[in-house]
Write a protein that binds this ligand. Sequence first.
Ligand code: FES
Length: 154
Amino acid sequence: MTDPHAATSVTRVGPCTQRRAVLLALPGIAILPGILSACGMTPPPEPASTVQETTTVPSTTIDAAEIPVGTAKQVDAGGENVIVAQPSEGEFVAYSAVCTHQGGNVQVVKGMTLRCPLHGAEYDATDGANTLAPAPRPLDAVPVAVQGDKLVLG
Ligand code: FES
């Protein structure tokens, strides 16, 4: 025999839970990030990409000796900020210093570590890879050629 006065389990459902359930139940509907944020849910971050694009800058020549092995340096290439690095002896690489998140000016922190001061994204100067969000993809590569003891960017 059951006691009619016994406590029963009640599941409370708030308006956000109900709205979320309705949105998830609709086939093919795109869930708007604003609606999810209003309910305290954040949309999942965009998956980081490894696709690296290439960009050109005004042709600029610098001394290779300016970039010791295992370091990176920011260089002005005709008004464009470029990160030049030497990951291993005799291997030189260059990238646009324009952050792939929202265009901040990426800085050399130490050695081969690069960071954008706007939102903290980090990159590895070895290959320009985005190593810390919110950078969505690697820095754009800039062509660099070794000519004797000089580096030609652009
Ligand atoms: S613009 Fe560089 S992290 Fe946002």
